[in-house]
Ligand binder design. Structure first.
Ligand code: COA
Length: 182
């Protein structure tokens, strides 16, 4: 078994589709960043999930919150897009730790499978699981999208900047489907 190098400069990787990034993700990012010297936030292109927001919008939403997190934790943050195996992106960016947030029991089933596969693909990368904070345990990106789609208030779940971008995406989508119907 390969051991994770005990370097003085620890780099962590936090990946997701972030369609959109929620305060649940931000909670994990902030707590993960306190355990490393640098946290790379990987925004997956993930076409299989058919994201509502463009990759550019999803990257911008993450980018907008990083100065706030950096001011709180003093950890270096980097946001990158990726369209590869997670372990390849992790390796490419010099990280050795993958951070994952766990909310409910059903997350655990998926995560145990994913961490097992990732370990097989690269034994030098460890997965680290953080329990979602109580106040964010019920949040998911798809629920936020659904609330927004029906005109509900999402201000409790995302930052004001993300809210603006998400609503603009929904507006564009509505206009596009109206044009297609004509
Ligand atoms: N707070 C709020 N929501 C959270 C959360 C938290 N702490 N943790 C997870 N979620 C939500 C996400 O918003 C997402 O919600 P949605 O399904 O409603 O959109 C859901 O939980 C799943 O999140 P996540 O596990 O981060 O999945 P993802 O699809 O956003 O990203 C990747 C998954 C990118 C990490 C994964 O697909 C991947 O590794 N892709 C690369 C290909 C690869 O290597 N595959 C083999 C890996 S085994």
């Amino acid at each position: 078994m390969q051991s994770v190098p005990l370097t003085l400069h620890r780099v962590g990787f936090y990946a997701g589709t972030f369609d959109p990034v929620t305060i649940g993700h931000l909670d994990i990012m902030e707590r993960a960043s306190r355990l490393v010297d640098k946290l790379v936030v990987g925004v997956a292109r993930n076409p299989s999930k058919n994201p509502l927001m463009s990759l550019e919008d999803r990257l911008a939403c993450v980018q907008e919150v990083l100065p706030i997190l950096h001011a709180r934790t003093e950890t270096k943050f980097v946001v990158i897009p990726f369209d590869s195996l997670l372990v390849d992106a992790v390796r490419k960016h010099g990280a050795t730790l993958i951070f994952r947030g766990l909310r409910v029991m059903s997350d655990f089933d998926y995560e145990i499978q994913m961490s097992g596969v990732n370990k097989r693909l690269d034994d030098g990368i460890e997965s680290v699981f953080l329990m979602a904070s109580e106040r964010t345990q019920f949040i998911s990106s798809s629920l936020v999208r659904e609330i927004a789609r029906y005109g509900g208030d999402i201000s409790e779940f995302v930052t004001p900047e993300t809210q603006v971008r998400l609503l603009a995406c929904l507006q564009r989508q509505k206009q596009q489907s109206a044009t297609e119907k004509v």
